[in-house]
Design a protein around this ligand. Sequence first.
Ligand SMILES: O=C(O)C[C@H](O)C(=O)O
Length: 504
Amino acid sequence: MTLIRETDFITSIADALQFISYYHPRDYLQALTAAYYAEQSPAARDAMAQILVNSRLCAEGQRPICQDTGLVVVFLKIGMNVRWDTALSVQELVDAGVRSAYQHPDNPLRASMVAPPFGARKNTGDNTPAIVHVELVPGAQVEVRLAAKGGGSENKAKFAILNPSASLTDWVLQTVPTLGAGWCPPGMLGIGIGGSAEKAMLLAKESLLAPIDMHELRARGAANPTEELRLELFDKINALGIGAQGLGGLTTVLDVKILTHPTHAASLPIALIPNCAATRHLEFTLDGSGPVTFTPPKLDDWPRIDWNAAAGARRVNLDQLTRADLATWQPGERLLLSGKLLTGRDAAHQRIIELLNRSEPLPAGVDLNNRFIYYVGPVDPVRDEIVGPAGPTTATRMDQFTEQMLRDTGLIGMIGKAERGAIAINAIKQHGAVYLIAVGGAAYLVAKAIKASRLIAFADLGMEAIREFTVEDMPVMVAVDSHGVSIHETGPAQWRNYSGITVT
Ligand SMILES: O=C(O)C[C@H](O)C(=O)O
């Protein structure tokens, strides 16, 4: 009988979450580096370079890879010969570890959980509760597999129950383009096939906890139908041309993972969950001998990428912009922004729209006239930082507000990540505005360009409050120009089937 002490379990969970907040797994780094060197699309290559440079900065500085430090998901296998030295439930133990990790004084992580999930949606303040899955197994150990899953990629989860005769490949190839770029490719796709509705979803999520081994699988060849399907999907998904950040390119997925389970004769359930560039997961075992310690990787594991933000980029002074200037910007053009902008994402937009609808004034300082808004919820700063990691959030969620924001506030541009839908693109075109993207997954790199930060409004929203940032040479790209041309449409169309593999 093994005794698992409360503090050993909590400390191990907390340390693991800290560890994965700033160290990318080695397998991810290797796969992304190989994809970077193979990439032909300049826009996608630039995005991958930023993700790799960001990754090294985070490893060196021990600060989060992404401002979205994730929803904590834990899979536990608890040996039936384990006894616990605690009065807490397993959920409470995990949550204590999450609380301790997310409130770490040297590396505080962003609290993203809100409760209840609809209505007030108040931030719980410490990123609890975690999502915990427990399995009782023979043995006297506790196996822990945990992940910090980004909200943007979680939002793109899909599920269907197909006819038993349907083609799984067709469903995946029809579904992946509908995910857009909000899941921050390149990353992994987790696929669960079989079981029941909830089992397929769990399998998809669990499959993402395995290391990337597509290269090894290709080298040794498929040993079973599941591996054959992995290889087929990997090639065909990449042939779709979606590319890094949806900009068009050769690599959309670094691996495709599949787990299966027997299912009912009438059914073929399939679940698909993408994992973003901020791939964060770890597994460890508690055997009663104390907390687990995690060995830091060698910095040599990180490639030295020669990325020059200024090469070929247009410098823009945000404080002296006119709509005529915006009209000269080309889709795909790289810009370095300097000057002042305001921040605001989901909750702040909702409040602004409610005020506008009631014809009430916006809070003092929320003057968007001739300004850009940056869709961001940053991590809190530590030491001499102005702001913690501060990468973009998915702009598509703000599409519904765009027309009114442009019409009623004098806003001239937006910065976020991923594609805009037709409703937002039409509004951008109609108002001669623009939409720019920063790289999702390069949050610490982006934060280095923020030279001052001032809280302006809605402090109760925490990371979702409105701030004024003063930026210097913030790297962005024109994603929708003032004529409504979107790089997320032209890019993937250009790179589709480029590899020689044809997807119809
Ligand atoms: O919450 C965020 O900061 C980003 C979110 O994960 C997203 O990808 O939209």
